[in-house]
Design a protein around this ligand. Structure first.
Ligand SMILES: [Zn+2]
Length: 633
């Protein structure tokens, strides 16, 4: 296959280090390592888990007449599993893992890809359109293209991680088959799949990768068609870039928002659109993405620092019974990463950091093998990922979650377009950018000590530090500096440089949405009782105080040593009444389960309350009906 020389029209404002050149250390690194061990290297991962996602290509339970559980989407799991494997190959540099993965991928392609290129768990090759009115459950929703997207994308990423040509050839055959099929059936992707074509159109991102890798124009032509439909002035509900200019809330765009405004699929399309802007330089596309992103920040940020409620955009910012799908956190981080790289604006790094440290880490259960489907703000436990679509070793969200560690790791350090080495994220880690190396230590954001950034530079040059939005100034080596546009800049010398950084980590209190919240939606309660019966009666209806330390959402919880009554049923506080201080608490048996225990002290005239707290992820990343936690004070 020929080597392509496609050049992006837009140069990223920040060029990140590759996954292979960055490492997570400290607490986050240990969490990532345990996830990789459990989901890549364990006997379970290499055996039953892998075999189950392969087997779905034999049984065709998605639409087989005898099969499965009616409508399903077993189609995505091989692709999601192997996308994580491709990332792990890059992150670990493990040649033996690469070898094993390619052997598996080659055997998979040889067994299941039809001569015409079709590769799917759906027996019905031309079953592309959902029919919600059908009496046959198998016809009511169709994820045929959505699942093929994940298989194709995994093959592309395996090629990129290893240079293997057989994976790239298989991906090309899949793409060519799809294009020929749409032409033969007279369909555009907007007319296929679930959620008004949004699920199918998210194939935009891997299609652009394939265009870059092969230089083939027909993949760009398909991308052009997708973008036309996503932005068309005369289009239907799939025209999300047109609707992004609306003044009213996303939750008001559709007659049934709980059906239409699907967060994961929509953000997957926005990520592809961002890459399309990178390739083509179409400013109207970037403007549309930024406008949509503005709706999400205003309307859909939930108290765990993800977006959406459950898995939809239904005015999450006004809901106190916070729930967020882990995949939505993964893709919210991916969307912000694209905007961060394209624009260089630090606010996107702020959102990545807060989503990762709170909503994401809360959803990765200890040990790293499994995780949450829905991360909730309070109660006994998150909604654990249930065995899904007839499978027992796979679910939508745990199958996705490892990618987020790699996306985060490769966002720690970047090279600005003016050449400045830019430090973006401050949890312990190390990264190599060109001939320069950066090491970050200090235990941020749990430690009381400074962040130490050691930069070993090949030549004199500028080093830039992102200052998070909550810290008005930063102390660098004892000198207080006010950032400009979220950055401070230092002069680096060839050789080893070391800077000591202190942000303002004093606790902050915030009222959640001043407007009264009226009710908990029925479907939220239904899902609460579905697989966490211990949550009955715990849906919260009254907004209260949120407390933060730097990027961390503070929370009460059993693992931090807070009593159940104090955690779930304490008084509701309002920010204007209280002053808060935070101090490290001594380690005891009662708080041994968290990264860093603190005592949060609330004071007002005559009243003082000491409450044991920790970060939200620490108190809630276990699947135990006997646990309790809450981020509401
Ligand atoms: Zn999911």
């Amino acid at each position: 296959m020929k080597t392509s020389v496609i050049v992006n029209a837009v140069r990223d404002a920040l060029a990140p280090t590759s996954v292979a050149d960055a490492r997570l250390l400290g607490h986050v690194g240990a969490t990532a390592d345990s996830c990789i061990r459990a989901r890549i290297y364990s006997d379970w991962a290499r055996g039953a888990m892998y075999e189950e996602c392969v087997n779905s290509f034999r049984t065709h339970w998605d639409d087989a007449p005898d099969g499965g559980n009616g409508w399903g989407w077993q189609n995505e799991y091989w692709g999601k599993t192997m996308l994580c494997v491709a990332g792990a190959i890059a992150y670990t540099g493990d040649k033996a893992l690469a070898q094993r993965a390619l052997e598996k991928a080659h055997a998979f392609v040889r067994e299941f890809q039809k001569p015409n290129g079709y590769l799917s768990t759906y027996a019905g090759e031309d079953f592309l359109r959902s029919n919600p009115d059908s009496e046959d459950a198998r016809a009511q929703a169709c994820f045929n293209v959505w699942g093929r997207k994940y298989t194709l994308w995994a093959l592309v990423e395996l090629h990129k991680a290893t240079g293997d040509s057989e994976c790239l050839t298989a991906a090309v055959k899949m793409a060519d088959h799809l294009i020929a099929q749409l032409s033969r059936l007279g369909l555009t992707l907007a007319k296929t799949g679930a959620w008004h074509g949004i699920s199918s159109m998210s194939i935009l991102r891997p299609m652009l990768e394939l265009h870059r890798l092969t230089g083939t124009d027909r993949y760009l032509a398909l991308a052009d068609e997708i973008v036309r439909d996503l932005s068309s002035e005369s289009g239907g509900p799939e025209a999300i870039l047109r609707d992004a200019r609306r003044e009213d809330k996303i939750a008001e765009w559709y007659p049934i928002p709980t059906f239409w405004a699907k967060a994961y699929e929509t953000m997957s399309c926005l990520e592809g659109l961002a890459d399309y802007y990178r390739l083509t330089g179409r400013k109207d596309i970037l403007d549309g993405i930024v406008a949509y992103h503005g709706h999400l920040v205003r309307e859909e940020l939930n108290p765990m620092c993800g977006v959406g409620h459950f898995d939809h955009f239904v005015n999450a910012a006004a809901r106190v019974n916070g729930m967020t799908e882990l995949c939505d956190v993964t893709h919210w981080i991916r969307l912000n990463r694209e905007l961060l790289l394209l624009t260089g604006e630090t606010r996107y790094a702020d959102l990545i950091e807060e989503a990762f440290l709170n909503a994401f880490l809360a959803g990765v259960f200890r040990g790293g093998r499994w995780g949450a489907h829905i991360v909730r703000s309070h109660g006994t436990r998150h909604l654990p990922a249930p065995a899904q679509t007839g499978m027992v070793h796979h679910q939508c969200c745990p199958d996705n979650m490892m990618r987020t560690f790699f996306d985060y790791s490769a966002s720690q350090v970047a090279r600005a377009s003016d050449g400045a080495l830019s430090v973006l994220l401050y949890t312990d880690g190390a990264a190599t950018s060109g001939a320069d190396r950066v090491e970050i230590s200090g235990g941020y954001p749990w430690s009381d000590g400074p962040i130490v950034v050691k930069a070993t530079l090949a030549a004199d040059g500028k080093v830039r530090f992102r200052v998070p939005h909550w810290s008005a100034t930063v102390q660098i080596d004892g000198q207080t500096i006010t950032p400009r546009d979220g950055w401070v800049e230092m002069a680096g010398r060839a050789g080893v440089n070391s800077w000591s950084l202190r942000f303002d980590m004093s606790p902050r209190l915030a009222n959640w949405n001043a407007r009264a919240h009226d009710e908990v939606p029925d479907y939220t309660v239904t899902y609460m009782e579905w697989c966490t019966p211990d949550m009955v009666g715990l849906a919260r209806v009254e907004p209260a105080l949120l407390a933060f330390r730097g990027p961390l959402v503070l929370a009460k919880g059993r693992l931090a040593g807070t009593s159940r009554d104090e955690t779930l049923f304490a008084m509701t506080r309002r920010a204007q009444d209280w002053r808060a201080t935070l101090r490290q608490a001594p380690r005891t048996a009662a708080n041994a389960g968290v990264v860093q225990p603190w005592t949060l002290t609330f004071e007002r005239a005559g009243d003082t309350y000491d409450i044991p707290v920790a970060d939200f992820a620490s108190v809630s990343n276990v699947d135990d009906p006997a646990n309790w936690f809450s981020l509401w004070f």
